[in-house]
Write a protein that binds this ligand. Structure first.
Ligand SMILES: C[S@@+](CC[C@H](N)C(=O)[O-])C[C@H]1O[C@@H](n2cnc3c(N)ncnc32)[C@H](O)[C@@H]1O
Length: 510
């Protein structure tokens, strides 16, 4: 990346950014979702732009803040030889506008010094509600490099709920609305580079959004940060999102996707880089359009091996559902008296350990579910199932933890499974004990855990992702189960030695 022309203006621009941030409280910043981009990330994102063909390059900055991304992008265009640049910027917080204007004047000066022309128009209004793509007086854009605000809104009451409903349906998160509207504003071959949470790359809630984005454009580059470092300048949050930078090119289809990974520091410019066929990144065999991100060549080898499995979890004949008991809605049924008359065990995540589940009624976290009137909506027929935890903590090494629940573990006809666990069974049939152990062993294997990490960046294990995961046949599951059933509680480290040979996979570096 050429830095020489950029150094001094960017320093002044960063001072303007810091001045603005220091003038606001953390709470005020949160209202607007103000996590500002630092110079290294901003210049890096701009460096991903290829030279636009238009005589006057039109840049869109949605949620401009104090303008760092526009500055880097315009200067990148200048470096590429584009002498005439016009930028349209949207910023809702009027308090940011004076510093934004100053930033743009600095950029203007740099252009003048190099006999270029930089013009801009600032819209101090709500980008999503304004819908510039529908405003005939605003022409389409060549380039947009954005760091949209991030917060959830109410799907019922928020004005944003319907604002982009003509583009996609799904997750009520402002960042998705921003990306969708920006994409709608782009010219054919227009380039959008975004930095966002990774959350949109999987999950049912973002399915409609992914479908819109990936139909409208080609995703040809993903940059993932190896650690959840401080990506944003003023990020004081204790729980950090995993963030990704993506490049989308409108109206195009590409055969390959470049995946880069680095820490979020100067090493960003020397990231590890691999190119993968599109179908390895976006599985074409289902309509989820999950964006799978192998962070290394090693993870890609896991993904490739998983692709050779003969079927999918659902295709093999299994089902997975979220446990039915939502505790905060069924308080009247839940009792800490685990010996209470007419009650059954309620399984919570702590009852699930690798390969086994245990509910003795003695543990202080254990509760029972009273079979009072109406319990049928929440309980289910007791049987042999595999429980798979829905959440792992950030410190936990493993994402997938599953154990077998045996029908005869308790003398009861119905059973309670909490909604923080998933339960797995055989569609239209009953799991044998061996098959249940086979499933639990597969989910507890290192291979499956690594495969799952390519699919999902968060600690939540959603049934939708499991359903479409590539999976061995039932015969293989049973074969694994026969062996895994014999393992003792302290022998779970042996699971890989049973699973890998039957599946024909290696989870170590080849
Ligand atoms: C994550 S910050 C990024 C700021 C800047 N682009 C950067 O990268 O440093 C998002 C910006 O969007 C602004 N914003 C929030 N909601 C907005 C909306 N509905 N319309 C326009 N701007 C909005 C915030 O005030 C904030 O400046």
């Amino acid at each position: 990346m050429k830095q020489t022309a950029l150094i001094s203006p960017i320093e002044d621009i960063i001072s303007l950014q810091s001045e603005f941030l220091n003038s606001k409280s953390i709470d005020d910043r949160k209202v607007f979702g103000q996590f500002f981009t630092g110079a290294i990330v901003s210049d890096y994102m701009a460096s991903l732009i290829n030279k636009p063909k238009s005589k006057t390059v039109r840049i869109l900055d949605a949620g401009a803040g104090t303008g760092i991304l526009t500055a880097s992008t315009a200067l990148r265009c200048l470096d590429l030889g584009c002498k005439t640049v016009h930028t349209v910027l949207y910023e809702l917080d009027s308090g940011a506008v004076p510093n934004l204007e100053q930033t743009l004047k600095i950029v203007q000066n740099t252009f003048s010094q190099q006999r270029g022309t930089f013009t801009f128009e600032i819209h101090c209004e709500d980008f999503v509600l304004a819908r510039p793509d529908k405003d005939e007086s605003i022409q389409a854009f060549d380039v947009s490099v954005i760091n949209p605000p991030y917060f959830k809104y109410s799907a019922k009451d928020s004005p944003y709920a319907k604002a982009a409903a003509d583009l996609y349906h799904g997750d009520p998160n402002i960042y998705a609305s921003f990306l969708a509207v920006v994409m709608a504003c782009m010219k054919d071959r227009g380039q959008m580079v975004s930095i966002t949470p990774r959350s949109f790359t999987n999950g049912l809630y973002f399915k409609g959004f992914r479908s819109y984005l990936l139909t409208e454009s080609a995703l040809d580059l993903i940059h993932i940060f190896k650690h959840r470092d401080k990506v944003f300048k003023n990020d004081d949050s204790a729980v950090l999102q995993e963030n990704v930078i993506c490049r989308f090119v409108k109206g195009q289809s590409k055969e390959a996707v470049t995946v880069r990974s680095s820490d979020c520091d100067a090493s960003i410019n020397h990231a590890d880089q691999e190119q993968y066929p599109l179908e390895l990144i976006i599985d074409p065999s289902n309509d989820q359009r999950i964006i799978r991100i192998p962070e290394s060549a090693y993870e890609a080898s896991i993904l490739r091996q998983a692709e050779t499995f003969p079927t999918t979890f659902e295709g093999a004949g299994y089902f997975i559902s979220t446990g039915r008991v939502v505790e905060h809605r069924t308080r009247q049924y839940i009792t800490e008296d685990t010996n209470a008359h007419n009650s059954v065990p309620l399984y919570r995540p702590h009852n699930v350990t690798p390969l086994t589940t245990t509910w003795t009624g003695d543990h202080k976290k254990e509760v029972s579910f009273m079979l009072n009137e109406g319990h049928e909506k929440h309980t289910m027929e007791n049987g042999t199932f595999v429980l798979l935890k829905r959440f792992s903590s950030k410190d936990e090494k493993r994402r997938l933890v599953s154990g077998v629940h045996l029908a005869n573990a308790h003398d009861c006809e119905v059973i309670g499974f909490g909604n923080k666990t998933n339960y797995i069974g055989l569609s239209g049939g009953k799991l044998t004990i061996a098959e249940a152990y086979g499933l639990a062993a597969i989910f507890n294997s290192s291979f499956m855990d690594k495969y799952f990490r390519c699919i999902s960046g968060n600690t939540q294990v959603n049934a939708t992702e499991i359903r479409v995961m590539k999976f061995p046949t039932r015969e293989q599951v049973k074969e694994i189960g026969k062996q895994a059933q014999k393992l003792k509680a302290n022998e779970t480290s042996e699971i890989d030695l049973i699973v890998n040979p039957v599946l024909g996979v290696m989870d170590t570096i080849q």
